[in-house]
Design a protein around this ligand. Structure first.
Ligand code: MLT
Ligand code: ZN
Length: 494
């Protein structure tokens, strides 16, 4: 290629010609170009990134999507592709660059449930189906899709798998990865990987579906998947407990595990500070305990058994814990509506923190036994760093994943607080590292955290990741700037 051709391939004119061709191939409604239409795709839920794109591609099926990828691949550097589902990433996993050279590929029109099989206990869904719609369809067929996350009303199956989402029920059913039997995906050369197998056993070479799950759209675009379903529980019990320390929360978890580990469906921790924000800022989210507590636990038990004994189990464990003082107070939901109200107090944490001002998120994990140490030591470190910062950790205690989130001190300047985000993340991560944890438990690496990869996943691990990326996407067409650091520099470094 001559240097003029090289320059030409980057040019907006080449991209405009490519977009014309894409519009022709994708048909009516297949390409959005008007800035008013593309704007919602250019900012993320947290408001961390504001990019620009010349077009949003909306293929109506796998064949169209593959053709769009082939056209982009054939256009050299004119346009790289940012695959996008519900755009609910917490780490800019679908953030679009600022120079307009990246095209958004929205999966929103690929939203069919292709099949549900209650005998095989599987469902085959397209990537653009929201997690909530998939849960509802499974329920209508008498089954349970156990994956559950706070953003399930908007998050889509493609994004949930691309990020290997975790969520509230990981303690029992595992992460998204554990629920995937097969995937269909389009690789960076436009070829279609038709791996929609529904088999429980299939040892035939590399498990490519598992390389795609958690690859954040950097190795291929997941277009559909076969998910494993579970039987629907016949009894569900939910309780909210006030406890006086993170140690007491862990103690309660062990009490339930000793009583019947198979009954635990979710075991969530919330700080007193976080709960107070939910109470103050979310309409109809009222704490049903007589007194606020320093810390809280939400426990959900479930079983397929129909013997009516689950309530007895819950009451026995809570009764004993209340007697010994391990639990300060507890309320048990008496109806589905009450269960949902208790869950609301947990699920609205992220929204309440967003409303409270600038916040910094640390989606970290440690071995379950070390969660109390994490909360204590990271709280001390953050208080030392920014006196008055509102320390509001919450999350999935049962699997060791705590969202160690911080909200700006009351009355502080939002931008000045956010300018210190890396300092805060470093302070929390130092504790996480000392406790043998991970800097990203379920949100992924996205655009926000690739700079952490050399430090945490460096050496042979990162080198192997780069080789996998190069093998599957040599031109770097898919989701540029995510997961793998482009340079070894930290953001903001001179
Ligand atoms: C959650 O579990 O609610 C989320 O992952 C949200 C968050 O980290 O803020
Ligand atoms: Zn979470």
């Amino acid at each position: 290629m001559t240097s003029e051709e090289g320059a030409l391939s980057h040019s907006p004119r080449t991209r405009a010609a490519l977009i014309d061709r894409l519009a022709e191939r994708l048909g009516p409604g297949g390409v959005l170009r008007d800035p008013a239409d593309t704007a919602p795709f250019c900012s993320d839920w947290r408001g961390l990134y504001h990019g620009r794109t010349d077009a949003v591609l909306r293929p109506n099926g796998t064949e169209q999507l593959a053709e769009a990828v082939r056209l982009c691949a054939g256009a050299g550097d004119a346009a790289r592709i940012v695959p996008m589902g519900g755009n609910t990433s917490m780490v800019g996993g679908a953030a679009v660059g600022e120079d307009g050279s990246e095209l958004v590929l929205s999966l929103s029109r690929m939203n069919r449930i292709r099949a549900i099989d209650p005998v095989d206990m599987t469902m085959t869904v397209e990537a653009g189906v929201t997690l909530k719609a998939a849960q509802d369809a499974a329920e209508a067929a008498g089954c349970l899709l156990p994956l559950s996350i706070s953003s399930e009303g908007s998050a889509t199956i493609g994004g949930v798998l691309a990020t290997n989402a975790g969520g509230n029920n990981t303690v029992r059913y595992g992460n998204a990865r554990e629920l995937v039997l097969g995937v269909e995906a389009v690789f960076a050369d436009g070829s279609v990987f038709d791996g929609l197998r529904r088999l429980r056993k299939d040892n035939t070479g590399y498990a490519l579906r598992q390389i795609l799950v958690g690859s954040e759209g950097t190795l291929g675009i997941i277009t559909a998947a076969v998910l494993q379903l579970h039987p629907r529980p016949n009894q569900i019990e939910v309780a909210l407990c006030g406890v006086d320390s993170p140690e007491a929360a862990l103690d309660l978890f062990q009490r339930f595990r000793r009583a019947d580990p198979s009954a635990i469906q979710a075991f969530e921790y919330m700080s007193g500070t976080g709960m107070a924000l939910v109470n103050a800022l979310i309409p109809d989210a009222t704490l049903p305990l007589a007194e606020p507590a320093p810390h809280y636990v939400l426990v959900e038990l479930a079983t397929v058994r129909q013997d009516g004994t689950l309530r007895d189990l819950l009451e026995a464990v809570l009764g004993e814990a209340l007697e010994t003082g391990a639990v300060l107070d507890a309320v048990i939901a008496e109806s589905r509506a009450q269960r949902l109200n208790l869950w609301k107090l947990r699920e609205e944490h992220a929204e309440a923190q967003k409303r409270a001002g600038g916040n910094v998120k640390n989606d970290v994990s440690v071995p379950v036994s070390r969660v109390p140490d994490l909360i204590r030591r990271a709280s001390e470190a953050c208080e030392r760093l920014i006196p008055g910062v509102r320390i509001a950790p919450f999350g999935h205690l049962g699997d060791g994943n705590i969202h160690f989130n911080l909200v700006q001190p009351e009355g502080a300047d939002r931008d000045a607080f956010l300018a210190r985000d890396h300092e805060i993340m470093d302070a929390v991560c130092a504790v996480v590292r000392a406790l043998d944890g991970s800097f990203s438990a379920e949100h992924g690496v996205g655009k926000l955290k690739p700079y952490m990869m050399p430090d945490w996943r460096g050496g042979a691990e990162l080198a192997a990741m780069r080789r996998v990326k190069h093998a599957l996407d040599p031109a770097g067409l898919l989701n540029p700037g995510k997961i793998l650091p482009e340079t070894e520099d930290r953001p903001g470094a001179a």
